[in-house]
Design a protein around this ligand. Structure first.
Ligand code: SAM
Ligand code: SF4
Ligand code: SF4
Length: 368
């Protein structure tokens, strides 16, 4: 992947007066790789840190209660600011942009942001692939307007088919049918393939693995099982709560035999499997037991404009301040490129050998 910028090393923490010194020279194309030779391909943008559910593994109610202080509106990036930053990531190699949160469908006028991002093209002149991850609660109402705005793909999170499991895990009174209606609406308007994400937690929803597989077979929907991760600082994660990808596959294959399918592209996080009887495809995301940091090409722009280069990072680069100070595109591009160039993150690979001592950011804020 080629960048049009000659990257000038800068300090990680910048005083305001330093920004002015960061104009970059446009010279020749150089690949923008991090320190482990990984390109920057995907940008995830969290558009809100709020959510209408309280999944126990993500926003436990004891922490995200009535007293929790969500970001005030003034601290959120505006759609104009998000669009401007998104445009700057493209020449650095970004091909895909995923809107997430918190719950992205809670951000008022999200379709207007989708519309803006859907106009962007990659350095090869192809449309940027724009996707969104949602809990699906508001999807039945929004699927058509999102599709009309230019959304290409959608992922819906659903952790069980019984209301009992769903309500327990999402700590809410919503019903599974609301989410299933959202999934059906997304399919109807042509947001396909719709993907469904199921986080599997030992003793909580593991008994729904086969039922979920059965439900989504032959539907054209790609069901993906995610190993429960130690992300954030509030879910009190324990290794023995992880149901491994291997075990998930074994349980499904004992009912519906599977074979490996090829990866769609380098850096795909889900290992793909197909039902031997032609029932379609599933994915497993083994973030804990079969790590994929070596291929990780994702950057995350948090709700308030901080750039994180790993889901488990405890520090970030603030892009909102230089943006609001009126820095030029060249300066902003340089600081983004510099941050990526220095990236060494591979938390999951090191999970068992060293601890990340800093307070980790929550997934609802950084964007899942
Ligand atoms: N609210 C939206 C949703 O739930 O799809 C988007 C944001 S959510 C943080 C994105 C994804 O992260 C969801 O699929 C969710 O299940 C997943 N997730 C959150 N916490 C997780 C954890 N501790 N381990 C694994 N996946 C997690
Ligand atoms: Fe909300 Fe998504 Fe987190 Fe559940 S996983 S609490 S829906 S942000
Ligand atoms: Fe990427 Fe960090 Fe996850 Fe590794 S731990 S795959 S570097 S986000």
């Amino acid at each position: 992947m080629a960048s049009l910028f000659n990257i000038v090393p800068i300090r990680t923490s910048l005083a305001m007066r330093d920004y002015a010194a960061l104009e970059v020279q446009r010279t020749h194309a150089v690949p923008l790789l991090d320190s482990l030779q990984r390109p920057l391909r995907d940008l995830r943008i969290s558009v809100t840190d709020r959510c209408n559910l309280r999944c126990t593994y993500c926003m436990p109610r004891a922490v995200f209660d009535a007293h929790h202080e969500f970001l005030p509106r003034s601290e959120l990036l505006s759609f104009e600011e998000i669009e401007r930053l998104a445009k700057l990531f493209i020449p650095l190699g970004v091909q895909k942009i995923r809107l997430t949160g918190g719950e992205p469908l809670l951000r008022r006028g999200i379709e207007r942001l989708v519309e803006r991002i859907a106009q962007l093209t990659t350095i090869e002149g192809k449309p940027v692939e724009i996707a969104l991850t949602t809990n699906g609660v508001a999807l039945a109402q929004k699927a058509k307007s999102l599709k009309d705005a230019g959304l290409a793909r959608i992922t819906v999170s659903l952790d069980g088919l019984s209301n009992e499991t769903f309500r327990r895990m999402s700590d809410s009174d919503e019903s599974v049918n609301t989410v299933l209606d959202g999934i059906a609406a997304a399919q109807r308007v042509g947001l396909h393939p719709v993907k469904v994400n199921m986080v599997v937690q030992r003793g909580v929803n593991e008994h729904e693995i086969v039922a979920m597989a059965e439900h989504f077979r032959h539907s054209g929907i790609v069901l993906r099982f995610i190993e429960y991760m130690d992300v954030g600082s509030s879910n009190a994660w324990q290794l023995n709560e992880v149901v491994t990808a291997r075990e998930i596959l074994q349980r499904i294959a004992s009912h519906y035999p599977l074979c490996v399918a090829d990866a769609d592209y380098t850096g795909e996080v889900a290992a793909r499997w197909q039902y031997l009887d032609g029932g379609g495809e599933i994915g497993v995301i083994a973030s804990v037991t079969q790590t994929f940091c070596h291929d990780c090409t994702r950057a995350r722009l948090a709700t308030d404009g901080k750039l994180y280069t790993c889901l488990f990072a405890s520090n970030a680069l603030d892009l909102r301040e230089p943006l609001r100070l009126g820095m030029s595109d060249a300066v902003l591009t340089n600081i983004i490129a510099d941050k990526w160039g220095r990236r060494e993150d591979r938390y999951s690979e090191l999970r068992n050998t060293q601890s990340n001592s800093g307070k980790r950011i929550e997934m609802s804020y950084i964007g899942g």
